[in-house]
Design a protein around this ligand. Structure first.
Ligand code: 5GP
Ligand code: ZN
Length: 111
């Protein structure tokens, strides 16, 4: 998929509105439209990679930074506790093919 057709590229470019939670030069984070926890944020590298495996291979520092941003959000929202999920592949529930970390926090989560 080209960046032009990508929902998250459009959100990062501001062409589609989103509720921003955090941003820096490389990373944009916003509230998930269909939250699965009290706080459900998507942390998204600005550069388009299809999934976490591609990101890990191409830019491991950006993958590490994604985890750091998740921690920052959880520090603000819920004393640092969070769940970090990368759905990878259709059969794992991935629906948007621009790598994103789901950060679930803000409340005690089921095991
Ligand atoms: P995936 O299923 O690919 O792991 O996650 C995609 C996530 O993006 C879903 O949790 C879905 O609720 C969220 N999402 C889909 N479209 C939009 C949108 O237009 N805005 C926002 N904020 N979230 C979206
Ligand atoms: Zn994209």
């Amino acid at each position: 998929m080209s960046d032009q057709d990508c929902l998250f590229c459009k959100i990062i470019a501001g062409e589609i509105p989103s509720e921003k939670v955090y941003e820096d030069e490389t990373t944009y984070a916003f509230k998930d439209i269909n939250p699965k926890a009290k706080v459900h944020v998507l942390v998204v590298p600005r550069k388009h990679y299809a999934n976490v495996a591609e990101l890990a291979q191409a830019d491991p520092a950006q993958l590490a930074h994604t985890a750091e941003v998740a921690q920052k959000i959880a520090d603000q929202e819920f004393h640092g506790a969070f769940r970090l999920i990368f759905n990878t592949g259709i059969d794992a529930g991935q629906t948007v093919f621009h790598v994103h970390a789901h950060v679930l926090t803000g409340e005690k989560l089921d095991e």
